[in-house]
Each structure stands twice: as structure tokens, then as C-alpha cells.
Design a protein around this ligand. Structure first.
Ligand code: SF4
Length: 366
């Protein structure tokens, strides 16, 4: 066993790619600290002592959803007491207020449920109007699941939908909805949303059109260890082809209020191992992000010793994961993020969505 881990260590130090078998070995290993140290080494090679964050605001246009995935506590029916839909003016007023509160904000992160009646023009119009008023604000909007939904309701191809949105001002895709890219798993946790192949098709076409995206992974539900590793390998393969994934964002399933509430949330040990192994296998992704909202701030902070180089952003008002019982704050101040990163001995770097550096917080500079 120890010999196998030593061989994997040698591969990492030599810059060699890990295999499926290596990934499975690491996932089954109890050597968390050795795996973490290896991931930290791999991270140092990518981004040195820098840990990135951005100043952003989340907007969720609606929670009314035709899919009603078992994994989700956010989507609801039209007649549910918590159901809402934002008109474009409301989304615009949130953007105005967010910029008034934080003029340095660089990104709006817009994701929503799959509304039964809102046409594709509703979404394209919101992007166009926000972009017209705030041309310098990066609009990171719509998961591949939403893009596939738009293609269906508008009777257009994925390429046409993405082209229309790009022309309207869409900057990039956030990368959600990947869950586990395996149709056996998707049939159980989200049978009505796009298949694994469709998710990958959206990402590939977006990349071909010059639109960057991220890729997520939701672990800790019904997937096997093999399916976790295969999820990473599938993304690595597409990244070899396109090179336009920016960050990989693995996070644990939050069972509360979902149709899978009998499942126990993954432990901190499992979170840290998954983050570290992601860093080791995805050698062609520049960044692995600890989405602090999902992981909790303490785990996100410790993850900086396990290969993580990005903490997402200030967020301000997160709804989707809090519906599933996330106990974290719905947002965090920029100063708190800076202090939090600095305490780990890393250098906080404020970035924009495309990882261009906005400000590097060296020394004790606030
Ligand atoms: S995960 Fe997305 S598609 Fe599924 S029910 Fe929730 S909001 Fe709808």
C-alpha cells in the first residue's frame, strides 16, 4: 500500500498524469495528510502562494422548476408558498444596489430553476439589459442544465442559444448542474434534467464559442467511488480538448429538505480528501475552488492546505444551498475573506471572473 502511494508521489513530483487506478487508490486511502501535502505541492506549481477570491453577487431569478430533482431543496411548484419569479426590472434593481454597496464588484452570478412558462427571451432580455447598463460587469450566468432547457423551450440548437446570450452580454458559464456526470446517478438524483452527454455538449460548444466555464461536482449521495473518479477523468478529457474550463468546484451534497434526506452529509475528512484528489487528478485545470458556502468557512480555510487556490466570492445572498440547510452565512465581507486567506500564510488575490488580478494583498495591506 505504502509503495503504491510512494509511486503516486513520484508521479506528482515528476509532473506525470495520474490514472483512474491512482485516483481510486487515493480515494480509498486513509493517508489524508500525505494526500493533502501532495495536492498543496501541485497547487504551488500552478499558483504559488496565491489564493483567489472575487467580489460578486448571486441572483436567482426564480425557484419555480419543472425538473423537481430529488437532490434539490430550492426548486418548487408554481403554487408553493415560497415560489417567486423576478421580473427583469427587479434583477436590474438588485444589480444597481449591489454596485452601489460594492462599487468594486466585478461579477454577477445568475442561476435559476427551470421555469415552466418563462420563454428564452426573458433570460436573454435580462442579460441584455444588465449588460447595457453595466457593460463592465461580468455576467456569469446559466448552468449547462439551463442552457439545455432554453434550447428545448426555444426550439433552437445549443449553439444558437449560446450565441444569442453571448451577443447579449453573457460573459461565462458558472459550471453548475454537473452533479456526477453519469446517467445511472442522474436517473436517481435528477432524472428530468439534462443528461451527462448534454452537459458536456453545452460546455464543449461554449468553449468553442470562446465562452469560459467552470465545472462542478456534487458528491456524497448515491454515487460510487468509481463514478467520482470517472467524473474527474471525463472533465479532464474535455479540458484536454478545449482548455476553457477555469476552475473545478467540488462540493458535498446537503440532504436537508431534499428527496434524499435520509443520506448523511459527507464528513470534513471526506471533503478535504475529495478537494485534494481533485487537485491531483485535474492537472489541466488551473484552479480548484472551495465553495465556502457549501463546505463551511472552517473547512474552506483548512482546504487551503489541501491544494485549494480559490474561495469563490462575497456572494451576498445565496438561496439555493441554504434551501438545503446550508448553515453558512449567505454572504461574507471582502475584508473577512482577505483576513481568512492571510491567516493561512497565503497571499489573498482579488480577481475578476477570468482570473485577471484586480488587487494583490501583500503584507498587511487591507
Ligand atoms: S436542481 Fe435545478 S433543475 Fe433540479 S429542481 Fe433544483 S433548480 Fe430545478
Amino acid at each position: 500500500m505504502d509503495e503504491k502511494l510512494s509511486l503516486i508521489e513520484q508521479k506528482i513530483y515528476n509532473g506525470e498524469r495520474l490514472t483512474r487506478d491512482d485516483g481510486l487508490f487515493l480515494l480509498k486511502s486513509d493517508e489524508l495528510l500525505r494526500i493533502g501535502a501532495l495536492a498543496r505541492f501541485a497547487k504551488q506549481r500552478k499558483s504559488g502562494n496565491k489564493v483567489y477570491f472575487n467580489v460578486n453577487r448571486h441572483i436567482n431569478l426564480t425557484n419555480i422548476c419543472v425538473s423537481r430533482c430529488k437532490l434539490c431543496a430550492f426548486g418548487c411548484d408554481t403554487d408553493a408558498s415560497q415560489a417567486y419569479v423576478m421580473e427583469p426590472e427587479k434583477a436590474l434593481s438588485i444589480a444597481r444596489q449591489a454596485l452601489a454597496d460594492a462599487p468594486e464588484m466585478t461579477e454577477l452570478h445568475i442561476v435559476s430553476a427551470l421555469h415552466p412558462d418563462k420563454p428564452f427571451t426573458y433570460y436573454a432580455d435580462i442579460i441584455a439589459r444588465i449588460h447595457q447598463e453595466f457593460p463592465n460587469l461580468h455576467l456569469k450566468a446559466f448552468t449547462a442544465v439551463e442552457i439545455a432547457h432554453f434550447a428545448k423551450i426555444a426550439n433552437r440548437s445549443i449553439r444558437e442559444v449560446l450565441t444569442i446570450l453571448k451577443d447579449a452580454g453573457l460573459g461565462s458559464l458558472p459550471g453548475g448542474g454537473a452533479e456526477i456526470l453519469n446517467d445511472r446517478v442522474r436517473q436517481i438524483i435528477c432524472p428530468n434534467k439534462c443528461s451527462a452527454a448534454e452537459w458536456l455538449e453545452v460546455a464543449q460548444i461554449a468553449h468553442e464559442l470562446g465562452i469560459h466555464s467552470n465545472a462542478t461536482m456534487l458528491y456524497g449521495h448515491v454515487e460510487t467511488q468509481e463514478e467520482r473518479i470517472d467524473h474527474l477523468l471525463t472533465l479532464r478529457k474535455l479540458q484536454d480538448k478545449t482548455g476553457r474550463f477555469q476552475a473545478f468546484i467540488p462540493f458535498p451534497f446537503h440532504p436537508e429538505n431534499t428527496g434524499l434526506s435520509d443520506i448523511k452529509r459527507a464528513t470534513a475528512w471526506e471533503d478535504l480528501k475529495m478537494l485534494a484528489i481533485s487537485r491531483l487528478i485535474l492537472d489541466n485545470f488551473d484552479h480548484v475552488k472551495a465553495f465556502w458556502i457549501m463546505l463551511t468557512l472552517p473547512i474552506a480555510q483548512v482546504s487551503m492546505a489541501f491544494g485549494i487556490d480559490d474561495l469563490d466570492g462575497t456572494v451576498v445572498e445565496e438561496k439555493i444551498l441554504h434551501a438545503a440547510g446550508a448553515k453558512t452565512a449567505v454572504g461574507i465581507s471582502k475584508q473577512a475573506i482577505i483576513d481568512f486567506i492571510r491567516e493561512t500564510g497565503n497571499i489573498p488575490v482579488e480577481r475578476d471572473t477570468l482570473y485577471r488580478e484586480v488587487q494583490v494583498y501583500e503584507g498587511s495591506q487591507a
